[in-house]
Design a protein. Structure first.
Length: 285
């Protein structure tokens, strides 16, 4: 039996009483909504962890509160929020129960953006041509790691100077401009192999997220950068530097593929350009 938050009892066929049955049903609900493989995998992982926790507690609102309260003490609120989104979806669409729970408040932290000089140092310290090209795409086009990994040669139009980013986060397509300084280098690299993927691993096929993370981390280390440098930080730096150059926020939103401009507005807080122009009253003394 599964206890709902209103205290009623629901008797479900034995296949759905098992963890596998519940997860299979969740997977089906996500797939018929055309959710991305990453979303499906993430939701299944989050709900599976919760089901293990709730095994002796029952599937109810109290169990969810206990689970979230326990995890908030150990993990970043953002990752707990992701788990809660998945659990709420599971209760609503698999169990038919509405959870009346607020989302944990986010920590108001801002990414520690790389300066233009730090980006230059990273590129200068990277001797591997493929690795340097990957860093240039992450920073010069604001691409996500998954978008670099999935980039096909047919998606790069050198005549138009555009990259077609297909089915990115949120299952949306968008276009980004190839930096003028990168166009010839990118076109030359494209002709070095006949593989459909732009970047191929040494064993063939697409690169992995871990590989690109290691490339970026190693380049930053060689450049002597003390900040924690990861691929998405290059995307943050791309957006912040565009804003500081005077690029309209709506254009940056379009380049990044954000559905809501509120997501893009974080870069108005990250940018320090306007703060640096302020004259302190102390200077007038």
């Amino acid at each position: 039996m599964i206890t709902c938050l209103y205290g009623k009892l629901y008797i479900i066929e034995s296949i759905y009483l098992s963890m596998k049955g519940l997860l299979d049903k969740l997977k089906r609900e996500l797939e018929i909504r055309n959710s991305s493989r990453k979303t499906v995998s993430g939701y299944l992982c989050s709900v599976e962890k919760f089901l293990g926790f709730a095994k002796d507690r029952g599937l109810n609102e109290t169990a969810v509160k206990d689970y979230i309260q326990r995890d908030l003490m150990k993990r970043n609120p953002s990752s707990v929020r992701r788990d809660l989104f998945a659990i709420k979806f599971f209760f609503d669409n698999v169990l038919g129960m509405k959870l009346r729970l607020p989302n944990p408040k986010k920590n108001s932290t801002l990414p520690d953006i790389l300066s233009v000089e730090e980006i230059r140092k990273m590129l200068d310290s990277t001797t591997n041509a493929k690795h340097k090209l990957i860093i240039k795409l992450l920073y010069g086009c604001g691409l996500r790691v998954s978008e670099v990994i999935s980039l096909k040669k047919e998606d790069v139009n050198f005549e138009e100077g555009m990259i077609h980013v297909r089915l990115a986060k949120g299952m949306k397509d968008r276009f980004v401009k190839i930096p003028d300084s990168l166009s010839k280098e990118l076109e030359y690299y494209s002709g070095l192999s006949e593989d459909k993927w732009f970047f191929v691993s040494a064993r063939g096929g697409k690169l992995t997220t871990a590989t690109i993370q290691a490339i970026v981390k190693n380049s930053a280390k060689k450049a002597g950068i003390k900040k924690r440098v990861y691929p998405h930080l290059l995307r943050h730096s791309f957006a912040t530097h565009l804003l500081e150059q005077g690029t309209d926020l709506r254009i940056i939103q379009k380049l990044l593929g954000h559905s809501d401009v509120k997501t893009t507005q974080i870069y108005t807080q990250v940018s320090q350009a306007s703060i640096k122009t302020i004259r302190s009253p102390l200077d007038a003394l």
